[in-house]
Design a protein around this ligand. Structure first.
Ligand code: CMC
Length: 386
């Protein structure tokens, strides 16, 4: 209060206190509720981590079992919402389909939107966690013109999603344990990242006491941009264009350094990490393992590695402290799993959902929360008359 500071992009301004995620960008440290990301990715399931983010502690076996059962009970979409996808064009981007369907979801459970009724907030939390993967899979099926499957509640969260996404009506879907494990790990790495653009969006929308689904739908839109979650798709586009043009990694990097038409090295750089992104380290080590286990060899992975080496040894990137971020290697893994590029950011959204929910709930529960309302410095004309 009192005076206004100009801070484009909120580089220096904290908008909230938070007890969820800790990042030390200079040291390359990321912890969820105090636990290092490396330990969680190695030892825990995605639902363990979702529980940790939302409720603050890792679940006991019983607590996890109960959480899982509640989620499995809510996976079905209303039949009318299934048909909602019919109204979208066939070539709708799955990210747009995802946010639209989550927005539509808010019309179904309007009786439970009260943000100050903990029982209802809990119910909406479970509904959203259960239904987002189903919506994500339908967004995919829609984009390739295949029939939607119904969720199979004998399967775990990740297994169910993979079956809905890749399974076919008349065929048994065989789950690949390598894929299940790898996806579980990738979702954990995406599960929260404190006040990033999409989470800040969820909080800002939620600060008006708009409902959870509306807030998350807005967050999905924010995530879709290429400077945020959309970067994983953009990395693949970049790698492929380097491959197809045959221009070579070195010449591409020269163009980035000349800032030719704003071309950036996608998957590099981060607002808070001025060191190797700890998530990128884990993803990079997964990439080799997963491709080998799936029996895929992809020249794009070689281009990515070469690009990383060239950039890490170049003064332009060294001076600006630009390192690979989480999105740099994820696309290569998703591609090896069989996901089309347009689905990459949708996978990010499924991973980030627990973080969005945790922040929305933390914000609602914080007595200091006020409606988000930035100041501006007015630079337009002074008073004038017609
Ligand atoms: N390639 C080339 N130059 C870059 C890059 C890049 N990827 N990122 C930053 N720079 C340069 C930028 O041009 C500027 O140089 P100069 O000082 O000469 O003008 C300097 O580095 C600082 O950049 P900035 O844009 O002020 O940094 P920021 O903190 O505002 O932006 C960022 C962070 C992530 C938006 C940016 O690094 C970027 O655009 N990266 C590429 C997109 C990307 O990979 N995004 C995913 C982020 S991680 C996960 C997620 O959030 O989804």
């Amino acid at each position: 209060t009192g005076h206004t500071t100009l801070d484009y992009g909120f580089v220096n301004t904290a908008a909230t206190q938070s007890a969820i995620t800790y990042i030390d960008g200079d040291a390359g440290i990321l912890r969820y509720r105090g636990y290092p990301i490396e330990e969680l990715a190695e030892q825990k399931s995605f639902l363990d981590v979702a529980y940790l983010l939302i409720y603050g502690e890792l679940p006991s076996a019983d607590e996890l079992g109960e959480f899982d059962t509640r989620i499995r009970r809510h996976t079905l979409l209303h039949e009318d919402l299934r048909r909602f996808f019919d109204s979208l064009p066939r070539d709708a981007h799955p990210m747009s389909a995802l946010s639209s369907a989550v927005s539509a979801l808010s019309t179904y459970y309007a009786a439970d939107h009260d943000p100050h009724d903990p029982r209802r907030v809990e119910l909406q939390t479970i509904r959203l966690l259960a239904k987002l993967p189903v919506i994500a899979a339908y967004a995919h099926k829609k984009s390739i013109g295949q029939a939607f499957l119904y969720p199979d509640n004998s399967l775990s969260f990740v297994e169910n999603y993979l079956k809905l996404n890749f399974g076919l009506m008349a065929e048994e879907y065989e789950l690949n344990p390598v894929m299940v494990k790898a996806l579980e790990r990738l979702l954990i790495l995406h599960a929260d990242h404190e006040q990033n653009a999409s989470t800040s969006t969820v909080r800002l929308v939620g600060s008006t006491e708009a409902n959870l689904f509306a807030s998350v739908s807005a967050g999905i839109h924010a995530l879709s941009g290429p400077l945020h979650g959309g970067a994983n798709e953009a990395v693949l586009t970049m790698l492929r264009s380097i491959q197809e043009s045959g221009e070579g990694v070195q010449r591409f990097v020269e163009r980035v350094k000349r800032k030719e038409q704003g071309v950036r090295l996608m998957g590099f750089g981060h607002r808070v990490y001025k060191n190797y992104d700890p998530r990128a380290k884990l993803v990079k080590s997964s990439a080799d393992e997963v491709l080998e286990a799936l029996g895929v060899s992809d020249p794009l992975l070689d281009i990515a590695k070469e690009l990383e080496q060239v950039a890490l040894n170049d003064d332009y990137f060294i001076e600006r402290k630009l390192y690979p971020n989480v999105d740099f290697y994820t696309g290569v893994i998703y591609k090896a799993m069989g996901f089309p590029e347009r689905m990459f950011t949708v996978l990010f959204a499924i991973g980030r959902l627990p973080g969005w929910i945790a922040h929305w709930r933390e914000m609602i529960d914080d007595p200091q929360t006020k409606i988000g309302r930035p100041q501006q410095l007015y630079v337009g004309p002074g008073e004038r008359h017609i």
